[in-house]
Design a protein around this ligand. Structure first.
Ligand SMILES: C[S@@+](CC[C@H](N)C(=O)[O-])C[C@H]1O[C@@H](n2cnc3c(N)ncnc32)[C@H](O)[C@@H]1O
Length: 278
């Protein structure tokens, strides 16, 4: 049985989520509770609050706080060519199919500060598909989207990015794509010339384009089953017949109500192909 304190905290957290939703329309109510609670505890400490109710009071009465709260609630961990074998599978197995289309649309959902987008843009450039591709890079975190637009990353991250790019089957040197200065690497803006950046929530927004490839990695893990289903439903609606869906290594469609609309294309890399009639 739950202790009195634990029960009270659960009610307070529930009310805090409701307050954030009602006031700011950010809907975290269906995120998986354990990791969400961990992040709210960090925020509570940061804002010097003793309880979630105090944090709720702050959130309701100090509207500017939401911008400072959001980074706590949306995990921003990412890296370029993260899980290189995923990008290798896209390069070797998915790109040959995509090549058959005269024009392409690629949706990077939950793009964070752009690491995945730049990886994809470089991959498409190296495979000669860049000029016929439009990328949609979406996230709910406005700061992250700004960073993605800027394409500037700390030099301390470049060794890892370079190694990942090489392991993904990169056809050139990563240094061809950025210039350095002031301890930072700025990626060539031409890489995102054909990118539409947009604030879009997989929890509450609708589909906005027909796509050939959706890459949504390390996002669904934060959602409960119902939200995961909603997001996969959006991807299914967005994808053309035989379009591809790439999920992160921690995610799969096994328990999804949409699983029958997809075939496993690359089981290890969690790449799915929408069925012809799906
Ligand atoms: C851990 S990052 C993943 C970044 C990148 N896809 C990767 O795999 O490296 C998770 C991202 O999902 C975003 N996110 C969280 N909830 C979201 C939602 N409802 N709709 C869209 N993006 C969301 C967060 O803001 C964050 O940028």
């Amino acid at each position: 049985m739950k202790s009195h304190a634990a029960e009270t905290e659960e009610i307070e957290l529930h009310l805090l989520l409701e307050a954030i939703y009602r006031k700011y329309h950010y809907d975290f109510r269906g995120y998986s509770p354990a990791s969400l609670k961990r992040r709210f505890v960090q925020a509570r400490t940061h804002f010097g609050c003793e309880s979630f109710s105090q944090l709720q009071h702050k959130a309701l009465h100090e509207p500017k706080i939401i911008d400072r709260l959001l980074p706590y609630l949306t995990v921003q961990v990412s890296e370029m060519f993260r899980d290189p074998s995923y990008f290798r599978a896209l390069r070797e197995k998915v790109i040959p199919h995509l090549r058959t289309y005269p024009s392409l649309k690629v949706w990077i959902a939950g793009c964070s500060a752009g690491e995945e987008l730049y990886s994809m843009a470089i991959l498409f450039r190296e495979e000669g598909l860049e000029s016929r591709t439009i990328f949609y890079a979406t996230d709910i975190n406005g700061d992250a989207l700004e960073k993605a637009r800027a394409g500037v990353f700390g030099l301390d991250r470049i060794a890892l990015f370079t190694e990942n790019h090489r392991r993904s089957g990169g056809k050139s040197s990563l240094s061809d794509y950025y210039t350095t200065g002031y301890g930072r690497a700025k990626f060539d803006p031409s890489l995102t010339q054909q990118t539409v950046f947009s604030d879009h929530s997989l929890v509450s927004d609708a589909v906005f384009a027909e796509t050939h490839l959706v890459s949504c990695r390390n996002v669904l893990i934060y959602f409960n089953r119902e939200l995961q289903d909603r997001a996969v439903g959006l991807f299914r609606e967005s994808l053309v017949r035989k379009g591809f869906l790439g999920l992160g290594s921690k995610e799969n469609l096994r328990f999804s109500s949409h699983s029958e609309s997809f075939n496993e294309f690359d089981r290890d890399e969690r790449i799915y192909q929408k069925q012809a009639e799906g």
